[in-house]
Design a protein around this ligand. Structure first.
Ligand code: HSE
Length: 292
C-alpha cells in the first residue's frame, strides 16, 4: 500500500484570480492506494459525510479514470470540503501522485497537474489548476494556459475558516463577466507586486499585492463578518488579508512573530460577528509527499 499526503492550498491570493496558488503547511489530506481490478473508494475524516464514495462522483475516482489506474483508495480528509482551502485539490493531487507511482507511470509533477485538474473539474464544473498545482508542486505557483511557474516561499500564514457554507459554484456565480480597464490595470500592478514579493519572501510586498477590486469584494459579501475580521487581522500585524480561493476561509500573510496574535484577532472578530471559526497557523509548505 502506498501513502501520499497532499496539503491544503489557497488560490487567487486576491489579485491572481484563477492564476495564483500557495501550498499551506497544514491541514492536509492523506490517501492510501492498493492495486485492484476496479476502483473502490472509502472516505474518512473531516466532512467525509459530504463526499460521495461512488468513483463516478468522486474527484479521486476521476483521477483514477484519467490515469487508467484502478485501485482501492482510502481518503483520510484533513481539509474540510467547501472551505476555500483546496479540499478536492488535495485529494486529487494526492491520488494523482499515488496512482502514478502505484502503476509505475513515471509522470513528472508538472505532467500530473492536468490529470489532477480532471478531478477538480468533476466537483467544481471547471478544470482549474490553481489549487492542484501548488498541492502537487508546493510553494507559490502561477498557472496559465502555457503551464506552471513556481517559486519557493516560506511566508508565515494564518488561514481562518468560519463555520459557514459557500459552495464554489455559488462563489463563481458572483464573479463579474468583465471589468473596467482602470480596475484591471490596478489588479495587474498588484499581482506583479505580489509575485515579486513571493520571489523575495517579503511579507510587506505580498500583502500590498493582495488587494483586488474586481472579484474579492463580490465574494467577501458572501462571508459574514469579512470586513471586521480583515480589519482585526491587519490591526494585529497581518500585511495582507483576502478570501482564500472561493471562500469562506480567509488567508492572512504576516511575519512569524505576529502569527499567533493575527490568528487570535481573526477568531475573536468572527466570534463577535456570531460565527464560529478555527484558525490554522502555518507557513507556505511543500507539495504532495509520497510515503512507502
Ligand atoms: N480560482 C478558483 C476560484 C479556486 O476562485 O473560483 C476555486 O476552485
Amino acid at each position: 500500500m502506498l501513502t501520499v499526503r497532499a496539503p491544503a492550498t489557497s488560490a487567487n491570493l486576491g489579485s491572481g484570480f484563477d492564476v495564483f496558488g500557495l501550498a499551506l503547511g497544514a491541514p492536509a489530506d492523506v490517501i492510501r492506494v492498493e492495486r485492484a481490478p476496479e476502483t473502490t473508494i472509502e472516505v474518512t475524516g473531516v466532512g467525509s459525510q459530504y463526499i460521495p464514495d461512488d468513483p463516478a462522483k468522486n474527484t479521486v475516482g476521476a483521477v483514477a479514470e484519467a490515469l487508467d489506474a484502478p485501485a482501492y483508495i482510502r481518503i483520510d480528509k484533513g481539509v474540510r470540503p467547501s472551505s476555500g482551502l483546496g479540499s478536492s485539490a488535495a485529494s486529487a493531487a494526492a491520488a494523482a501522485v499515488a496512482l502514478d507511482e502505484l502503476y509505475d507511470r513515471g509522470r513528472s509533477r508538472e505532467e500530473l497537474v492536468p490529470v489532477a485538474a480532471e478531478g477538480e473539474a468533476l466537483v467544481s464544473g471547471e478544470a482549474h489548476a490553481d489549487n492542484v498545482a501548488p498541492a502537487l508542486l508546493g510553494g507559490f505557483t502561477v498557472v496559465t494556459d502555457d503551464g506552471v511557474t513556481r517559486v519557493d516561499a516560506s511566508l508565515s500564514l494564518v488561514a481562518c475558516l468560519p463555520d459557514i457554507t459557500v459552495s464554489t459554484r455559488d462563489a463563481r456565480g458572483v464573479v463579474p463577466d468583465s471589468a473596467a480597464l482602470p480596475d484591471v490595470v490596478e489588479t495587474v500592478g498588484n499581482a506583479a507586486t505580489l509575485a515579486v514579493g513571493m520571489a523575495r519572501d517579503d511579507p510587506d510586498l505580498v500583502g500590498r499585492g493582495m488587494d483586488d477590486g474586481i472579484v474579492t469584494p463580490e465574494r467577501a459579501a458572501l462571508i459574514d463578518g469579512y470586513d471586521a475580521v480583515r480589519e482585526a487581522a491587519l490591526d494585529a500585524g497581518a500585511t495582507g488579508v483576502t478570501v482564500s480561493g472561493a471562500g469562506p476561509a480567509l488567508l492572512a500573510v504576516c511575519r512569524r512573530p505576529d502569527r499567533r496574535a493575527v490568528a487570535a484577532a481573526m477568531l475573536d472578530a468572527f466570534d463577535d460577528a456570531g460565527v464560529e471559526s478555527r484558525a490554522y497557523q502555518t507557513r507556505v509548505g511543500d507539495g504532495a509527499r509520497l510515503y512507502r
